[in-house]
Design a binder for this molecule. Structure first.
Ligand code: PLP
Length: 457
């Protein structure tokens, strides 16, 4: 079966020819988070997408097992979004977001609050998850200044946390390779992660790990709460390897932050809008933060958009301390904040989530993914498996010569040959299935991963 599929794979020159690209054009693009030298020898080029599938330059149908980059839970090329975007761009292509706006910015802001936990009802738009994180860190510091507590500047993140690519995000982020290349900027400390040996092969929320919040209390004792602005975590870590929160962990985290007057930021760039089977991770795990970062699924990945969502009290603090009415209360924003085309895409995407009941569908498919992915336990090199909602992480033992990142890369390349786009990063293979996934597709992709792991030398 594999050999037959392999015959359909193209050589590099065939890829370039069918995409009408020159070597110079291939070289011109410095690709992000990509092994450029390897890719440019073996280009993997996607030319179209529909539903749960990509089409590559050879015309092969490729199953999308990460919903793009955790973006496209409603499936690709939804006509409702295409139509809304086309209509918007022909009617109002751009409108300035500073001191003026357009109707859809307010409509979408309100629509987003309908997916949020109670009281989180003020939405500040931006254009990516990274920018949503920076917005939340800046607002956290500025909030304390408005309260006359300007010494509260330090942030506490978590090991294996991912918060995007900007200076604040990499400072609070806890994936070593992403930080080391650039050095530290913000003052940030890191709580331990919860991927502890006791939790190996947990299904859903692991039972061990809530006790690790005591390390946050130690940090607060060390730095003093008067110097700490906020704690930022993903309720379920995504890029760090799909790490669901242990039972009781987030509740304790909330209590400690509240008791010490420290803001709690949930980075829900992956978990908001259905990934964990609820509207947000906050709702799913029963803990409400003070600020939340969202992006990705809000437009189903079609147009770049992110946002920071704040509790009303935080917004009111800025309004009350704003001075004269013509003063700008928060000196923050960017040219494309609440871009009308992104807002149109967002409204259409959130309507699809509701109309097709995709959040409930994500929850309904989760037990099947759990059952299926844990069947890989016992496969050679598989050292851990974790899952929650329509997300799963499979950790592979490091290759003695090639290091931890080699085997996931090899597995993903074998999967690509077999017709599956599978995300690999560090020592983990991640699944973030579309909410529109069918059981047979879950079966197929997990089988392809298992087969690929067994094919490793
Ligand atoms: C939890 C989390 N925060 C922030 C980001 C950064 O988002 P973006 O790549 O849109 O800047 C990501 C991206 O994967 C993410 O997973």
């Amino acid at each position: 079966m594999l050999d037959k599929v392999k015959q359909q794979m193209q050589s590099k020159s065939e890829v370039l020819e069918s995409c009408n690209l020159s070597q110079e054009q291939l070289d011109s693009h410095w690709m992000p988070y990509t092994a450029n030298r390897e890719f440019k020898e073996n280009p993997r080029i996607i030319v179209s997408a529909e539903g749960n599938y990509f089409t590559d330059s050879a015309g092969r149908k490729i199953f999308d097992s990460l919903s793009g980059l955790w973006t496209t839970g409603a499936g690709h090329s939804r006509p409702e979004i295409t139509e809304a975007v086309s209509k918007q761009i022909s009617n109002l292509d751009y409108s300035p977001g500073f001191q003026f706006s357009h109707p859809k910015s307010f409509e979408l802001a309100h629509r987003i609050t309908e997916f949020m936990p109670e009281g989180m009802n003020r939405v500040l738009f931006c254009t990516s998850g990274s920018e949503a994180v920076e917005s939340s860190l800046k607002v956290a510091r500025a909030y304390w200044r408005k309260h006359g507590q300007s010494s509260k500047t330090r942030f506490i993140g978590r090991m294996k946390g991912y918060h995007g690519v900007n200076w604040g995000g990499i400072s609070v982020g806890g994936i070593a390779v992403n930080k080391n290349m650039f050095g530290q900027s913000l003052e940030a400390s890191h709580m331990p992660h919860t991927m502890i040996p006791e939790n190996k092969f947990s299904k859903g929320m692991p039972t061990e790990g809530a006790h690790l919040i005591s390390e946050l209390e130690d940090m607060i004792a060390l730095y003093d709460a008067s110097n700490i602005a906020a704690v930022i975590v993903e309720p379920m870590a995504g890029s760090g390897g799909v790490i669901p929160p242990p039972v009781g962990y987030l509740k304790r985290l909330r209590e400690v932050c509240t008791n010490h007057n420290i803001l709690l930021i949930f980075d829900e760039v992956i978990t908001a809008f259905g990934r964990v089977g609820s509207n947000t991770g906050s709702e799913e795990f029963g803990v409400t933060p003070d600020l939340m970062c969202i992006a990705k699924q809000v437009t189903n990945g079609t147009i770049p958009m992110g946002a920071m969502v704040a509790k009303q009290e935080i917004y009111e603090t800025f309004m009350e301390a704003g001075g004269a009415e013509h003063n700008v209360e928060l000196l923050h924003g960017s040219t494309y904040s609440a871009h009308p085309v992104a807002c149109a895409a967002g409204l259409a995407a959130l309507n699809i989530l509701d109309d097709d009941q995709l959040v409930a569908r994500s929850a309904a498919m989760a037990p099947f993914l759990e059952e299926k992915v844990h069947e890989l336990k016992g496969t050679q090199y598989v050292s851990d498996i974790r899952n929650y909602g329509l997300a799963a992480g499979i950790t592979l033992e490091a290759d003695p010569q090639g290091g931890p990142a080699l085997r996931p890369y090899q597995v993903a390349m074998k999967c690509w040959e077999k017709g599956f786009y599978v995300r690999f990063g560090g020592d983990v293979i991640s699944l973030g299935l579309p909410f529109t996934v069918e059981k047979v597709e879950i079966d197929n992709v997990v089988n392809a991963i298992g087969e690929s792991i067994r094919e490793l030398a």
